[in-house]
Design a protein. Structure first.
Length: 241
């Protein structure tokens, strides 16, 4: 409470409590970003089970959602190594990225089901951006684009998908990687009472033996998948060649 009391009155420069809550929210956002790309083992196993486990590089090992992928072939996503999966192509660049995406989208689709969201690292996003001259470039102004993400639209292989860039300072996105996500089957589920909510009413609780205020922000949920067939990862194991 000392900091709060020191910053009250008509000469107040900032609301200390609001500043602490804002800092806590930003820290939680950073933790969630790390978790979304993680494997769920951090924080004593309480971390979100992220894309490292949901859409891994090695698809035939590990337990996901209580199912052993070594035994259940239908529970495996698909991984493509840009260095080897297409004949004559050994890396992702402005020339190869569209043929690679076209091949993957054709192979990993059925009817109306396909990856409708492509999350790209800066390397892959730059390659795709360079591959589309201005008159052809499809800039997306809907959905992810209106939320402030750097967003383009992929059209090819008979399908459409939004392309979102994830990178920059402190990014947890793996380098030289594209995640193809079917948003109908991969969902972030959360408890409505723990969706980044304050746990205590008003400013928080005051301990009976301290001149202080305590407040917590809670989140409870999991990244879940119902069908791995249309979720995939493209990565470049040897980006320099």
């Amino acid at each position: 409470m000392q900091e709060i009391l020191n910053n009250q009155g008509e000469n107040q420069l900032m609301d200390v409590y609001d500043s602490y809550i804002s800092a806590a929210e930003r820290a939680l956002e950073d933790a969630m970003d790390a978790a979304l790309y993680g494997d769920g083992t951090a924080n004593g196993g309480k971390q979100l089970t992220g894309l490292a486990t949901a859409i891994p590089i090695i698809t035939n090992t590990g337990v996901y959602g209580g199912i052993d992928r070594a035994n259940a072939t239908l529970w495996r996503t698909t991984t493509y190594d840009a260095h080897s999966f297409m004949a004559g192509q050994t890396q992702v660049n402005s020339t190869t990225i569209r043929p690679m995406l076209n091949a993957i989208m054709t192979a990993r689709s059925r009817g109306r089901d396909h990856a409708d969201l492509l999350i790209m690292s800066p390397e892959h996003y730059a390659a795709y951006d360079a591959a589309t001259i201005a008159i052809q470039r499809q800039t997306s102004n809907t959905s992810m684009g209106t939320l402030g993400f750097s967003s383009l639209e992929y059209i090819g292989g008979g399908k459409r998908a939004e392309i979102v860039l994830d990178g920059g300072i402190g990014s947890n996105m793996p380098a030289n990687t594209t995640f193809g996500i079917d948003t109908d089957s991969l969902r972030l589920r959360y408890h409505p009472d723990r969706n980044f909510d304050k746990l205590f009413d008003s400013d928080g609780q005051m301990p009976i033996d301290k001149d202080a205020v305590a407040q917590f922000i809670g989140w409870m949920g999991e990244l879940t998948m119902t069908n791995p067939m249309f979720n995939w990862r493209l990565y470049d194991s040897v980006p320099a060649s």
